[in-house]
Design a protein around this ligand. Structure first.
Ligand code: IVH
Length: 662
């Protein structure tokens, strides 16, 4: 390309890439697929290679990634977190091998292989075996201090099994199953859905409220440890990390690139069966002496390369489109496909999300389509292959009546989701009972989905309360139910009678009420009746409960069916009262938020003190907050408190208020 034209195009590409970097790294809301982004990036790299004099220090090729969000403290990585060179095919792996062998003068060496996890890169610092800091990668040099958030991740040891100083780097990921659950919860709560597990993991870690990240089951997989005496290779380092208490995944070691290539393809076949998402394999020279000899470019080490897998796509035919009915009556159209292999699993169904999506993608029954699992755990139809249309394709018409119970389907103006209007619809009943019995709700261990489906189908139960009047003889009539298993079912139902009030509130499946809100409500009301009798304005006065949530609660308890359900639960002996009445004390009615480091308390101990004195503590500042107690480096909550005119106390003033130290 001529210089003038190249210069123009380069500037265009840079602007576009910067925009997408911002969406991806800073806002966690990418709009471009990885391939589309890579294409832009490669075009820029190639043009800059052609015209090196046009390279400027602010080109996206000259740095590693986005900028940190404002609200977290910035952490400077002394050893930058680098990127990886990419190989898209075997030739590029062979070229890498050639470079390595040349640099090492054909000396013997091994390759070390591990999976390229698709999550959020995190650096952890341990001093004398104690976790002192967790930070995101950020732009590679400046990351965000997310220590409080990552401390909630169970696979990150707070104390190592040896008292050593070490920096460990790795990836925070969300397991596929947990991702599906999280999105289901968000759908119920009318919150925007995460596009894939990576975004969900990144969004969770970079939540300013660590309570929310602690609600999400994140995992940490390490792939780097800072130099340690006596450890000379990657595989020994992983072994050491595992001895320190980290969770490791399968790893491989090979002596030739041919074996590496074989293993890379092998893993690609198994990729769909993993519990988490990977977007490739990382191939590293195993020993550190050779690594040091090869060194790094400004961007990436020369001794490693990432083999990128293409998105998991396949072609299939839509044989039919049917709708599924969820717990809230939500109607989801699902494509039934000609079974097709997709990265190790056989896919027969793909979600079509909703009617608008079907229109937008112009999907018809009998269409040839591309199906994809790229980050999304549930396969989706990406596009129609229009060139394969025969003219016999049929448009899909949303049913007017629920396919399960025959009731009217209603779609409110301006909403994407249509719903079945019959609360006693068996599909809705099954969904509600599933929620009721789930581990997070009433935790009824031996009542699984298959059993619930049978119970509803045979009309042995019509709602969750009916579980409590089931008899062993009823259950023994069902499939695969012998005396002992039926007894287990009865016992586990009985054991749930005494669950805490917050679990019951959550188990009712009130729209917009997640576990955290259920806890707040249980803390505030003594029993289910006072909650059922609460008015909207009263509910809205509770800190963290907005008008939408308040309205949803009132609507729920207004419905006759729901009131009858509560009465039935009571008659069955389900505990509907809280553990104890609220504490009345000097701080009654006052809400506190703590921010920044305190000298004499941990955040939890300060919150406990407030509760002991009758007050309540919350994670976020709003107009309902009475006091914000600001310690060292207070951050965004402090700003918000100032804006809203909330009283801000120092730690000393707080102690005076609670009658200590003053
Ligand atoms: S090694 C100096 N190993 O990929 C080598 N990175 O494209 C730096 N990643 O930011 C990284 N799995 O977050 C390495 N097994 C693995 C990895 C891995 C995922 C991520 C990492 C890094 C990005 C680079």
């Amino acid at each position: 390309m001529a210089r003038a034209a190249a210069s123009k195009r380069i500037e265009q590409l840079r602007q576009e890439i910067r925009h997408h970097d911002h969406l991806y790294y800073v806002l966690d809301k990418p709009v471009l697929s990885d391939q589309a982004y890579d294409k832009l990036y490669r075009e820029l790299v190639d043009l800059e290679k052609e015209h090196p004099d046009l390279i400027t220090p602010d080109s996206p090729t000259q740095r590693v990634g986005g900028e940190p969000l404002k609200a977290f403290k910035t952490v400077t990585h002394k050893v930058p977190l680098m990127s990886l060179e990419k190989a898209n095919n075997e030739e590029e792996l062979l070229a890498f091998d050639k470079r390595v062998r040349e640099a090492l003068n054909n000396k013997d060496f091994d390759y070390f292989l591990e999976m390229k996890y698709d999550g959020l890169a995190i650096s952890l610092k341990y001093e004398n075996g104690i976790l002192t800091q967790g930070a995101t990668r950020g732009d590679g040099i400046h990351g965000e201090d997310v220590t409080t958030n990552i401390r909630t991740i169970k696979t990150i040891p707070l104390r190592l099994l040896k008292e050593v100083n070490i920096e460990v780097r790795g990836e925070v990921v969300l397991l596929n199953d947990d991702f599906i659950k999280l999105n289901e919860q968000r759908a119920d709560n009318d919150e925007p859905l995460f596009a894939n597990p990576r975004n969900a993991a990144a969004g969770s870690v970079r939540q300013l409220d660590p309570k929310i990240s602690s609600d999400r089951p994140l995992m940490f997989f390490p792939y780097y440890g800072s130099p340690q005496k006596g450890i000379q290779t990657e595989d020994k380092m992983r072994e050491y990390l595992s001895e320190l208490g980290f969770k490791l995944n399968p790893l491989w070691k090979y002596s030739s690139i041919e074996e590496v290539i074989k293993a890379v393809h092998n893993l690609e076949d198994k990729r769909g069966k993993l519990d988490y998402e990977i977007d490739g394999v990382v191939v590293k020279v195993n020993d550190f002496v050779s690594q040091n000899k090869m060194g790094a470019t400004a961007r990436a080490p020369r001794w490693a390369i990432a083999f990128k897998y293409s998105p998991m796509q396949a072609e299939s035919v839509i044989e039919d489109i049917q709708v599924q009915v969820g717990r809230t009556g939500a109607i989801t159209p699902v494509a039934h496909l000609q079974p097709v292999h997709l990265a190790g699993v056989i896919v027969k169904r793909a979600t079509l999300h909703n009617e608008d999506e079907i229109r937008r993608k112009e999907i018809r029954i009998k269409d040839h389509v591309k199906v994809q699992r790229a980050g999304e755990v549930i396969p989706e139809v990406v596009e129609v292959i229009k060139s394969k249309r025969t003219g016999h394709e049929k448009e899909f018409v949303m049913p007017q009546k629920c396919p399960v119970c025959g009731a009217e389907i209603f779609k409110p103006e301006g909403e994407a989701i249509a719903r079945c209007t019959n609360a006693t619809c068996p599909a809705q009943v099954m969904g509600r009972v599933r929620l009721f019995t789930s581990r997070e709700a009433m935790d009824i261990e031996h009542v699984g989905w298959a059993l619930i489906d049978q119970l509803v189908d045979r009309k042995l139960i019509h709602d969750a309360a009916d579980l409590y009047t089931l008899e062993k003889a009823d259950i023994m009539k069902l499939e695969r139910m012998a005396d002992k298993s039926a007894q287990n079912v009865i016992n586990s139902i009985k054991a749930s009678l005494d669950r805490p009030l917050e679990r019951l509130i959550y188990a009712l499946g009130i729209r917009l009420i997640g576990r955290r809100t259920a806890q707040l409500l249980a803390d505030h009301y003594h029993d289910i009746d006072s909650l059922a009798g609460a008015q909207e304005d009263e509910l809205s006065k509770i800190h963290e409960i907005g008008p939408k949530v308040a309205a949803s609660i009132v609507t729920f308890f207004k419905q006759k069916g729901n009131r009858e359900l509560i009465a039935k639960l009571k008659r069955a002996g389900v505990r509907v009262k809280g553990q104890g009445s609220r504490v009345i004390g000097p701080l009654s009615g006052k809400t506190f938020v703590f921010t920044g480091g305190l000298a004499n308390y941990t955040r939890t101990s300060a919150e406990e003190l407030v509760r002991k004195l009758g007050g309540s503590a919350s994670g976020s500042v709003s107009k309902q907050t009475d006091y914000v107690v600001a310690g060292t480096d207070p951050g965004s909550k402090y700003e918000k408190a100032r804006k809203l005119g909330v009283t801000i106390l120092t730690e000393k003033e707080f102690e005076q208020l609670v009658g200590k130290g003053g």
